[in-house]
Ligand binder design. Structure first.
Ligand SMILES: Nc1ncnc2c1ncn2[C@@H]1O[C@H](COP(=O)(O)OP(=O)(O)O)[C@@H](O)[C@H]1O
Ligand SMILES: C[C@@](O)(CCOP(=O)(O)OP(=O)(O)O)CC(=O)O
Length: 496
């Protein structure tokens, strides 16, 4: 068994497909982020007489965030993971991940091999950390008297302590629990020397996440944590129903359910943002918690099938147009990078689509992307989402966010933007043209700095940028703690 296992999984931003992605008729366009969760596992030596072991899990970014479990393997019976009661309370997500994944490991290895391995190998220490962007950094910046800017965020300590508890922390909506579960489940499998098929890992992470959440969501967050940026079509929830409804589940039953099979109808089509197009995110603090809108929207859909069908189909058309423009732009950039760069520069300057034949198709795709995403007057993703909210009496794109987005969209070089996922007050995203990687072309005011200036001066809502970028990658096994900036310091302090 390897000494230290490190596995990371990314966060997510659902650009288009909120609500629709709950229905397998439709899809969600999800971009994985550079912000990641890391699960680090180390084995402590156990006595040869032991019938099992202990697992200690720590989340060093939070106050009172360590949990301990006993692991027992009785002859013939399944492996049992029991939390040791402590004042920190329970961590349901971690507990379920440990219980179900050890049971799966036993089923995958076969009892004879697994039991001795688990007896020898389950004195585990697990440390879980998430990149700063998963949590609002507004207070950390204020404490250091730093302006709310991306360069200030870069000055914060990686995996910084949040000076609060997990229950009280202000999340930014990047999907901490999905990234946590996915990295932890995979790290456990890896630590027990299993390198299962990615689809099995995906199915298992979906199962654990659904069980911990107590419901079967669309699962786009878990799927992107495993496989990265994609157009996601969900699995049929029936595939997990039996396991979810049972109180006692064996490792063998888990294996039978999560083993890749035609019952798992998930479809993943990879996608990446085109070159020179950058995703920027802001954490928006409106001083209120966003309630869950899903129940209300689905009830409205059930009660108004005809109107809902019309509005779902229209929104789906706009979502598909966004996907198509992104794909066209990526392929144009690959075919003729110089013309692509020229077209992007013209777009930043706010010039209309050129009739110069060499870039006409590229300019049209850039304008097409903008038109299918933004603005409230015409037919596009934003207007359709806002109307969906209005029909349901749910602030999917609240008026405050509308005003903020409209101000950002006036900047030339901002292609589009919206409220991600389920919408509400929590966050916004923008797609902007970014030429900053080519110093010769540095514009006097980069688009990003204009966006930041608007955010910093915005009075109606408190807007704080996130440093996260789009990153197509999914799960990663990290070889050494030193390979990720700040990880060694964050993790080693936590190991006993
Ligand atoms: N750093 C962490 N360490 C351990 N558990 C965590 C960590 N971050 C999140 N969790 C678990 O995930 C739960 C949050 O899940 P949820 O409210 O669904 O958040 P999200 O919307 O970000 O996915 C927490 O209650 C905790 O159990
Ligand atoms: C409404 C949804 O389709 C999208 C929600 O996307 P968010 O990105 O808002 O998700 P959370 O991480 O749960 O806050 C529900 C779903 O797909 O499960």
């Amino acid at each position: 068994m390897s000494h230290t296992t490190i596995v990371s999984a990314p966060g997510k931003v659902l650009l288009t497909g909120g609500y629709l992605v709950l229905d397998p008729t439709y899809t969600g366009l999800v971009i994985a982020t550079s912000s990641r969760f890391y699960s680090v596992i180390r084995t402590q030596p156990a006595s040869s007489q032991s019938t099992g072991g202990r697992i200690i899990v720590k989340a060093p970014q939070f106050d009172n965030a360590s949990w301990e479990y006993t692991v027992t393997v009785e002859n013939g019976a399944d492996v049992t993971v029991q939390p040791i009661e402590c004042e920190n309370g329970k961590n349901k997500f971690v507990e379920i991940a440990l219980q179900k994944t050890l049971a799966l490991i036993r089923a995958l290895k076969g009892p004879s091999q697994a039991d001795s391995l688990i007896k020898r190998g389950t004195n585990l220490e697990v440390v879980i950390v998430g990149d700063n962007d998963f949590y609002s950094q507004r207070q950390a910046l204020e404490a250091l008297s730093l302006p709310r800017s991306m360069s200030s965020l870069d000055r914060l300590q990686p995996f910084a302590p949040q000076n609060t508890t997990l229950a009280a922390v202000h999340k930014t909506g990047l999907g901490s629990s999905a990234a946590l579960i996915t990295s932890l489940v995979t790290a456990l499998l890896q630590h027990f020397e299993l390198s299962p098929d990615l689809d099995l890992v995906h199915n298992m992470a979906q199962y654990v996440h659904c069980l911990a959440q107590g419901k079967v969501g669309s699962g786009f967050d878990v799927c992107s944590a495993v496989k990265g940026s994609q157009v996601y079509k969900r699995f049929d929830e029936q595939v997990l129903r039996t396991l979810m409804d049972k109180t006692v589940v064996t490792g063998q039953e888990i294996l039978e359910t999560v083993r890749p099979s035609p019952s798992w109808t998930t479809q993943t089509t990879p996608i990446a943002l085109p070159p020179l197009v950058r995703l920027v995110l802001a954490d928006v603090d409106a001083g209120s918690d966003t309630p869950s809108f899903v129940g209300k929207v689905l009830k409205w859909r059930k009660d108004n099938p005809e109107a809902a069908h019309a509005s779902w189909s229209k929104l789906n058309d706009h979502n598909k147009a966004v996907e198509q423009c992104l794909r066209s732009l990526s392929s144009f950039a690959a075919q003729d990078p110089d013309s692509y760069r020229m077209a992007v520069k013209l777009f930043i300057k706010g010039e209309p689509a050129t009739f110069e034949s060499k870039f006409n198709h590229i300019s049209l795709a850039l304008h097409g992307l903008r038109d299918s995403m933004q603005g409230l007057l015409s037919q596009n993703v934003r207007s359709a989402m806002k109307m969906m909210g209005q029909a349901n009496n749910v602030p999917i794109e609240p008026d405050e966010q509308t005003r903020l987005l409209d101000a950002c969209l006036k900047i030339s070089g901002v292609i589009g933007g919206a409220v991600p996922g389920a919408g509400g007050y929590d966050a916004i995203y923008l797609l902007v043209v970014d030429l900053e990687d080519s110093p010769a072309e540095l514009l006097p005011n980069s688009v990003i700095s204009e966006v930041e200036a608007i955010w910093q001066g915005w009075k109606e809502l408190s807007v704080c940028p996130l440093s996260s970028r789009a990153d197509a990658g999914g799960l990663k096994v990290v070889q050494n703690l030193e390979d990720v900036k700040g990880l060694k310091t964050a993790v080693e302090k936590a190991f006993v």
